[in-house]
Design a protein around this ligand. Structure first.
Ligand SMILES: Cc1ncc(COP(=O)(O)O)c(C=O)c1O
Length: 410
């Protein structure tokens, strides 16, 4: 082959920031290959099963020879209708299933393609920091620019956003929100915050995209408000929901974008070119889950709440100051200074993986403002979570390495 031949990736790909999980993922992989039992609290990958009757429905629908062709890119009508019913039931929000609801192949796919449909070179998007990485990568892949605004409580954050909107020229095009938030577990109290967002968006002509992935995973009686509950929200923005977290259907790849009809049409246009829709049996089973899954959704939130209690109590016991999250599937914890000892959280996470055999996500991977924190995913059972805290405590406070770490290192 010609020695000159080489792949030259697109400028779009070159714009991606460095992938900060790379070293950690490689270390975890090598540990696993070596037979080490890593307690993996790194990724928010649900480990519990979907409701059994939904799995049965999937199998039944897959048994129909007619359900194996290409599906509808925007989602089959009955599924979109069911999403509209869900919004009416939960949030008292009316949606037109044809123009204001679209099915996506997981909200990650929908979010990325919406950015591609709405943004381009020269456009600017406001994203809070810390952030869920996709919220930044998708904007970069659309060749638009990100302005990171430090997250804070509702009022402070909104004021910071308003300042950017007022002083930046050309004006930002879009504001990305995510409440309950990943990774920080921040929540908003009520719909008033979103009303203020709608007001700001209207005045300044910016679009709003709200990622509501953890809207159904709430604790202690808290109910997360939907962005669409704010009057006029549909005029300025959309909201993403997913079946990955509440129904444990992460691998199935099914979610929805709802709200502003023009934004949905733009997403439908780009998806029409890129995909043929979600496998029909998944959509059929999805309908059943939306119709009958309330108990399972509440049960799963309860499970995360109990795991949260274990992790928060455990970390406090070993000297960490941790806030009690009221939603989501993560505990966001500041690492005590004495443990960091000048290290960044990426190195700290590497150390925990080696010495405690526990994988957690380093806060730095979620933006500059995440430095100093770690994110612990509540994806293992309570016993394993207790074990993880014990191993962390022994490794950090007592200098005792986890059993196989000691064996492998000796
Ligand atoms: C905030 C947030 N949005 C979106 C996603 C992706 O969800 P989906 O499985 O629907 O693509 C996740 C997954 O962790 C998430 O945390």
């Amino acid at each position: 082959m010609n020695e000159e031949w080489k792949i030259d990736v697109s400028p779009r790909l070159r714009r991606l920031p460095p992938y900060l999980f790379g070293r950690l993922n490689a270390l975890r992989h090598s540990k696993r290959v070596a037979g080490v039992d890593i307690i993996d609290l790194g990724m928010g990958n649900p480990a519990d099963p979907p409701p059994p009757h939904v799995i049965e429905k999937l199998c039944e629908a897959a048994g129909n020879p007619r359900s194996h062709g290409y599906s509808a890119s925007s989602g089959i009508p009955n599924l979109r209708r069911e999403v509209a019913r869900l919004y009416e039931r939960l949030y008292d929000v009316r949606l037109d299933p044809d123009s204001e609801v679209i099915a996506v192949i997981g909200s990650k796919e929908g979010f990325s393609h919406l950015c591609l449909a709405l943004l381009g070179p020269g456009d600017t998007v406001i994203v809070g920091d810390p952030y869920f990485p996709i919220h930044v990568y998708s904007v970069a892949l659309a060749e638009a620019n990100v302005i990171n605004v430090p997250l804070g409580n509702d009022e402070v954050f909104l004021q910071r956003v308003a300042d950017v909107v007022e002083h930046l020229y050309p004006r930002p095009k879009c504001l990305i929100l995510n409440y309950p938030h990943n990774p920080t577990a921040m929540t908003v109290d009520g719909v008033e915050f979103f009303e203020a967002v709608v007001d700001l968006a209207r005045r300044s002509g910016i679009m709003v995209i709200h990622d509501f992935a953890y809207g159904r995973t709430c604790f202690d009686g808290y109910t997360a408000p939907s962005f669409l509950q704010a009057g006029g929200a549909k005029d300025v923005g959309v909201e993403f929901i997913t079946m990955s977290k509440p129904y444990n259907m992460a691998g199935w790849r099914i979610g929805f974008c709802v709200g502003n009809a023009e934004m949905i049409r733009a997403l439908a246009t780009i998806k029409g070119y890129y995909d043929y829709g979600i496998f029909t049996p998944i959509q059929v089973a999805g309908i059943l889950a939306l119709q009958t899954g309330e108990e399972a959704v509440a049960g799963q939130a309860q499970t995360y709440q109990q795991r949260r209690d274990v992790v928060v109590a455990g970390l406090r016991r070993v000297g960490w100051e941790v806030e009690n999250p009221r939603a989501g599937m993560f505990v966001w914890a500041r690492v005590p200074e004495k443990h960091l000892a000048g290290q960044g959280t990426i190195d700290f996470a590497m150390r925990l993986m080696t010495d405690a055999e526990v994988a957690i996500a380093p806060g730095r991977a979620f933006g500059e403002n995440g430095e100093g924190y770690v994110r612990i995913a509540l994806v293992e059972n309570e016993l394993r979570l207790k074990q993880a805290i014990r191993q962390i405590d022994r490794a950090l406070n007592k200098g005792v390495k986890a059993p196989s770490a000691a064996k492998h290192n000796s």
